[in-house]
Design a protein around this ligand. Sequence first.
Ligand code: B3K
Ligand code: ZN
Length: 918
Amino acid sequence: MTDTATFADAAQRHSAASVVRREDYRPPAFWIDTVDLSFDLDPAKTRVLNKMRVRRNPDVPAQPLRLDGQALNLARVLVNGQGASFKMEGDQLVLSNLPEGPEPFDLEIFTTCQPEKNTQLSGLYVSQGAFFTQCEAEGFRRITYFLDRPDVMSVFTVTLRADKAAYPVLLSNGNLLEQGDLGDGRHFARWHDPFKKPSYLFALVAGQLVAREQAITARNGQQHLLQVYVRPGDLEKTEHAMRSLMASIAWDEARFGLPLDLERFMIVATSDFNMGAMENKGLNIFNTKFVLASQATATDQDFANVESVIGHEYFHNWTGNRITCRDWFQLSLKEGLTVFRDQEFSMDMAGSDSARAVKRIEDVRLLRTMQFAEDAGPMAHPVRPDSYQEINNFYTLTVYEKGAEVVRMMHTLVGEAGFRKGMALYFERHDGQAVTCDDFAQAIADANPHSPLAVHLEPFKRWYSQAGTPQVHAESQYDAAAQTYTLTLTQTTPPTPGQDEKQPLIIPVRLGLLGRSGAALPLQLQSEQGAQGLGLEATLVLHERQQSFVFTQVGEMPVPSLLRGFSAPVVLHQNLEDDALETLLQHDSDPFNRWEASQQWAQRIMLAAIHNPEAEIALPARFVQAMRQVLGDAQLDAAFKDLVLTLPSEGYIAEQLEQVDPQRIHAVREALQDQLAQALQAEWQAVWEQHHDTGAYRPDAHGAGRRALAGKALAMLVRQAGRTGDAVWPGKAYQRVKDAGNMTDRFNALAALVQARHPLAQQALQRLHRQFRDEALVLDKWFQLQAMAPDVDGDVLPAVRQLMRHADFNLKNPNRARSLIFAYSSHNPAGFHRADGAGYQFWAEQVLALDAINAQVAARLARAMDAWRKLAQPYRTHAEAALQQVAAHQGLSKDVREIVGKALNARPSMEKSGEAAH
Ligand code: B3K
Ligand code: ZN
């Protein structure tokens, strides 16, 4: 036994912020081939014995072995069974006198940790009496000393020992080798994962859990056992999760030829989790929010989310686990690709073309409201970042959603069959390796040597290295005499922090042309080889800063339908007349662009109203008429109508402005909503009559669409009633809160009352609370709805403060903190941006309070102020003061320090960029 050293989290907080750079990547000096871990699980003090087989990396000059550790108590270090000398440098355990030569040696490290004190929820922690782990990105070092980096891949064997009554279920990755009693009321289980993996994919779970089980036979005849573990009492809410898992397995086999590679695949749910879920090999750990679903407690959106997140984590088994990331800068290698895969999975599951389009619209809406904002703010970074202070801050919309769009563009450029070939080549080359984003792009291109992707591969890869949202300007000219239509596309990307100069990108632009009657016009493109017939739709590849495309034999002045299906993550500027937008809305064969036309039109109306505070806020009759037509169109799906009738969000409108007055945006949007409610009252009633009864509940796309549209109709009718004093519709809504047969209808009715600030809302809220007081996920919704209520005379903040004192509120539970504090700070602009700055003060208090508990969650909340520089006065001054207050706090985590530091200091040529873009 050598000395004992304690390194508390606090020590780490005081170390100076250091920047990790991609260019500094060096291969590891040692490999760890096998790891044998033994745990004696105890909430107060868990003992961890870590036996590793280590060898020098022959490709790297000899140097000491530096192992990462954090918040550990070190008791013993043995090399080949002998006490070894070591020193501590910061958080690292440094071993210098190791055996020389290429032979492997044994390294044994004995440490203890304190799971019940671990409020960070990273490493090994306790949630409701059970043990869980979260190791990505750098949590494994909070369990034992290790080369905690993704390019070190090892074969793990894990022994768990614990009290049998308190922890009857003992799980880890891979296959169960043996289990049994130890006497003294303790028992053990021993697991072995045959696949080598990086430490971030390690997991263990121990507790009182029950499982839904399903045996399946794969296409190749192999048997697998699937298990979904939850707390006793939640079992009946796991059917949808199991179905989703089975569908995911079948989909990956069918679409990509990728089978399940383990005997057993386990999902475990916990209510204390920093994010959505985690793809640990064979043992996915999930936030309960993305596992539990029953019609009584979950909405259609919840059902869809469960399906998509289960798919996402399952798909990581190949894209992330079998092939992993060389370093954390390559995070999008697994995340962008896996999001693309889960989006495609959800679309395939949705079925009809129209339901697929609805899913695409939802994905694009998220990208444009959240990722575009990120790209325009102080945290803007490339899909493959160049540096970070805290990697957990880079699990962003840019890495995930924009990363998925980059993969989608590759898919567009090589086609579905070509993409599948590319994926096959990627696995052939890299299975079992830790690789880079470049390796992925290279494989897709190499499998499709004649594709535009291969032709333009180097410039295409700028999508990985260049931050900021490209702006594409489209101008066109019709020559009636020559019957030619010339489309000129120009691309620019605004400067972002640390990146002033931008190069042109490869931008696929899917398009069609419509005639006056709305019919699609045949496309013929003039090229060096003569006219090229393209059918009714084509994909142009923009690769220069400016390019003109000449279409010939165009018999009439066409309406262009550009960027169909949102074929590239860019902002398209094209100033179409209202006439053209109406043609697209009514006739475009591309449902995405039909929806887009409605949004462009609405956006134009909203921006005009915002810029003219003197003028009366009014919806043009023509727009109202177009909306009336959409609502009455028997050919259109309900879900699609719901999306068309949804005005662009306040956040999205804010993004379009140089200077943001959140109160003005809110006032305009509310006034226009009132007008939609009033002018279309008869239509809303008809919609309600047609759609509110969806029969027996099934969470499919069709039923969900009907419920969504009925919910919107009810909200509009209650809104209108609130203005006229009519009691019928609020009464119906209240009745529905009481007797709805499913949570979607119940929640929509409650939301209608709360959003209209109707007096019945309080009663309805109390009722829901009484009925669902034991359902944590429903209570989250209950808090969230109140935090997002439309502000009247500044009354939301006091209500939020009051809710923080509610017996059911708990700051330590991330879901609960998000449902109240995040919902208010990030999703209620009018409630949050107060002229007295009190919302920002509240934010500062909560960031600091959370930071003392859980740095990752605190840093997420810190991002609510990303866009502060664009705020109008007096908001901006108050916002800056609140940021300064957080920044000045002693002992801030590096997570929060990075976010507020960048918010205050990252002053790119952003101000310049705004001008360039408008
Ligand atoms: N890979 C995890 C995210 C880990 C986040 C660490 N801060 C979930 C996912 O993307 O599938
Ligand atoms: Zn993921």
